[in-house]
Design a protein around this ligand. Structure first.
Ligand code: HEC
Length: 194
């Protein structure tokens, strides 16, 4: 029993060491800095081993903080140009050391979602978004989707989707364009399945 207590105690003491050692072994490259790999409190919370019991109160606190930081787009204008949004969704470039930091980042949505049903190359970590426009353009749907794109953790605390707005990956205008790509009846996302 004493031995077990010692093992548990010492392993909790060393919990961050492998990660910190990994960070020490890395160096900045071009515009990408090691600083970026330092976890914020939400990432730390979501990196706990699955065996750890979830602190529900803390999860609710972090979720509420994420939600309260989501801005309303200027002029409450949620929808931009779907054709530009299609380019953002298909673009997987940006934020890697070999990318040009002067170029706009992409959203890489196809890495995890089906969107235009005629596009055959897509990942399925996230649900299919084909036909998303059928949900209609009520203010509730627009706000839900905007929030999901801005900071997915506002709804799903340990979501695997990037925080496109909150992490500065996409601009407000790019997000409006992606919104139009999802909602516009003329967007290929809302084409009937081939
Ligand atoms: C790394 C994978 C990943 C990427 C990249 C990603 N998503 Fe997601 N997305 C997910 C996952 C996983 C879910 C479902 C689980 C959750 O809610 O977190 C999701 C959920 C969603 C939802 C909610 C779906 C619903 O039925 O209500 C929307 C909308 C969405 N994503 C849009 C996008 C758009 C648009 C992009 C690109 C700008 C994108 N996602 C990029 C993983 C991803």
């Amino acid at each position: 029993m004493q031995l077990l207590a010692f093992i548990i105690f010492s392993s909790s003491l060393c919990a961050d060491e492998p990660y910190d050692a990994l960070l020490d072994s890395m160096t900045d490259k071009n515009f990408v800095t090691v600083e970026r790999l330092k976890q914020d409190e939400l990432q730390e919370f979501c990196s706990q081993p699955r065996t750890a019991s979830v602190d529900e109160a803390r999860a609710a606190e972090l979720r509420a903080a994420a939600l309260s930081d989501v801005p309303i787009p200027s002029g409450e204008n949620y929808l931009g140009d779907w054709q530009l949004g299609e380019k953002v969704a298909s673009n997987g470039r940006g934020l890697q050391y070999s990318d040009d930091p002067e170029q706009e980042n992409g959203g890489n949505c196809y890495a995890c979602h089906q969107l235009d049903p005629s596009e055959v190359a897509y990942g399925n970590l996230g649900p299919s978004l084909s036909g998303y426009g059928a949900r209609g353009q009520s203010i509730v749907m627009l706000q839900y989707t905007w929030t999901k794109l801005w900071n997915t953790h506002a709804y799903n605390i340990c979501s695997h989707m990037p925080r496109f707005g909150a992490a500065g990956i996409l601009t407000e205008q790019q997000l409006r364009d992606v919104m139009a790509f999802l909602f516009d009846p003329n967007s290929p996302v809302n084409r009937s399945q081939p």
